[in-house]
Design a protein. Structure first.
Length: 268
């Protein structure tokens, strides 16, 4: 009895929704956690090496602080939204019908399922933008890192020092053109690339970008699941209406037969 009960319980688990939920939680956790720490490291690098005047990067610091608060909100929202979608998967899977007997659908339930499809689609499109935006700091840090590697190669193969190889952060628009020094060249730039802040921020931005990509995949997975569940609810509602009509017709036929038998018995 316990074995059969366990088999029924395992059969009632919506594994597709469970996998999508785990992937969504993992992607959001990587994006929010790594992104928060990487933004803090980026501010430290700018303050120490590229913008020594606080007023030059004051706006950037405020924007980064606002983004960190947004990260808190994203993490909280997707934790709740993932649980809601997982619960919706439990209540719309066909295995629940076998566990709890007759499965009834209502117009409200179908409307809620359709709303989840629309909301997940909107969130998927939004996260595509987040994924593209998260690739921007990866591109910037990669350019700085590749420039440092070019300096090492230049110094190894050529006797002339590579002081003329520079990285100008002002061209990315994150700090104004009057920021001092605004750029780093030669050995100074190479020392920046060797700092722990640069190394950690670069790799954390890569992981955050990968987390955003995993979240996009999870939302696409959720969208397919929700669309399938909505179609199932729609078909179930049609089947329910057909069964109600059939039961009503059978009841009317039984009433007619019973009345016919009564009339026949009265004649005889």
């Amino acid at each position: 009895g316990c074995f059969e009960c366990c088999i029924k319980c395992l059969g009632g688990v919506p594994y597709a929704s469970l996998v999508a939920t785990i992937l969504c939680f993992s992607g959001v956790a990587l994006f929010c956690g790594c992104g928060h720490v990487a933004l803090t490291g980026t501010v430290s690098i700018l303050e120490q090496h590229f913008s020594t005047t606080a007023s030059d990067h004051a706006l950037l610091s405020e924007v980064i602080q606002l983004m960190q608060y947004v990260i808190y909100g994203i993490a909280s929202f997707f934790f709740l939204y993932g649980i809601i979608l997982l619960a919706e998967g439990f209540y719309t899977t066909s295995a629940v019908k076998e566990l709890h007997g007759e499965f009834k659908t209502t117009a409200c339930g179908r409307c809620i399922s359709g709303m989840f499809v629309f909301l997940t689609y909107v969130l998927g499109v939004a996260w595509l933008g987040v994924f593209g935006f998260s690739a921007v700091p990866v591109f910037m840090f990669y350019n700085i890192w590749s420039t440092c590697e070019a300096i090492k190669t230049f110094q190894t193969n050529v006797t002339v020092p590579g002081d003329q190889i520079c990285v100008d952060i002002r061209q990315y628009g994150i700090i104004p053109w009057n920021a001092v020094p605004g750029k780093a060249c030669g050995p100074i730039l190479e020392n920046i690339c060797n700092t722990n802040e640069f190394y950690m921020s670069y790799h954390l931005f890569i992981v955050a970008c990968a987390g955003a990509g995993a979240t996009v995949i999870a939302l696409i997975h959720f969208l397919m699941i929700l669309s399938s569940n909505w179609a199932y609810l729609k078909d179930a509602s049609k089947m329910q209406a057909y069964q109600d009509i059939k039961a009503k017709e059978e009841q009317e036929l039984q009433d007619i037969q019973s009345r016919s038998k009564e009339q026949l018995n009265s004649y005889t």
